[in-house]
Design a protein around this ligand. Structure first.
Ligand SMILES: CC(C)(COP(=O)(O)OP(=O)(O)OC[C@H]1O[C@@H](n2cnc3c(N)ncnc32)[C@H](O)[C@@H]1OP(=O)(O)O)[C@@H](O)C(=O)NCCC(=O)NCCS
Length: 226
């Protein structure tokens, strides 16, 4: 289990009901409960769900976190890096089934990403300093059931994305995938759990394969990098 629920003692200012809470913790440790956060909508439809947003500088645009059941946790850490607001968290949509957990690390930036996390331990974890382009899909569940001889064969599985990964536009990462630190996922890649990648790989194609190794990347434009 990658998440621990923190005990919350402060009085809740707005009531989402049924033990649901949005916690915004600023850089100085001050916590506010169920605040309005510009650019971020949180929808609770079950009970005992917690949404943590850490950091005073986290900038959201058009983002939505949906809790579609009980006992789920979403957390996104603070942005300590000086990022241009244009590269902040835009169009992030997260949908969590019962008991699902999604954790996003520090300095995350995103042009647009749909995340769907399943229950039964199929959590999704994204490390620190990841840079996501637009129209990205990450799912730890197929969403519907495939049967073979009347037995279910496609359970949800966790997705783990390391630190400092760059996801190009329109890539998809499906159930059971692990992507190590410093990897680049190409435009249009469809990454399946059969991929076995190492730190500093470029991952491309459908289904995705490792096409280069021993690389790293920076947020600088090509001309600006010294
Ligand atoms: C991943 C990427 C950055 C790699 O660039 P690169 O290091 O110059 O890679 P190359 O062009 O040398 O390609 C290396 C190999 O990967 C393959 N490849 C690269 N991108 C691919 C893609 N999107 N789909 C399938 N194969 C791809 C190439 O065909 C080549 O294969 P080969 O060695 O058999 O010829 C680039 O291909 C890419 O996807 N760019 C778009 C990133 C993006 O979406 N940016 C949006 C702003 S964040």
């Amino acid at each position: 289990m990658i998440f621990k629920k923190k005990r919350i003692n402060k009085q809740i200012s707005r009531d989402y009901g049924s033990g649901n809470v949005l916690v915004w913790e600023l850089d100085d440790g001050t916590k506010t409960y169920n605040p309005e956060i510009q650019g971020l909508e949180v929808r609770f439809s079950g009970k005992n769900n917690t949404c943590y947003v850490y950091g005073s500088k986290t900038i959201f645009t058009n983002s939505l976190i949906i809790f579609n059941g009980d006992d789920s946790t979403f957390s996104i850490d603070n942005q300590t890096q000086k990022v241009d607001p244009g590269f902040a968290i835009n169009n992030l949509v997260v949908f969590m089934n019962k008991g699902a957990n999604v954790k996003i690390g520090k300095n995350f930036t995103c042009g647009g990403c749909d995340i769907v996390a399943d229950n039964r331990g199929a959590d999704i974890e994204i490390g620190d300093d990841c840079m996501f382009s637009k129209e990205i899909v990450i799912r730890s569940t197929d969403g519907h059931t495939i049967t073979e001889n009347s037995k279910k064969i496609n359970p949800g599985k966790p997705v783990r994305i390391g630190n400092h990964c760059w996801f190009g536009m329109r890539c998809a990462v499906l159930k059971g995938v692990t992507i190590p630190d410093n990897c680049i996922v190409s435009f249009g890649a469809v990454v399946l759990s059969s991929l076995s990648a190492q730190v500093g790989n470029i991952i491309a194609g459908v289904p995705a394969k490792v096409v280069k190794s021993g690389v790293n990347w920076t947020r600088d434009n090509y001309d600006d990098f010294q």
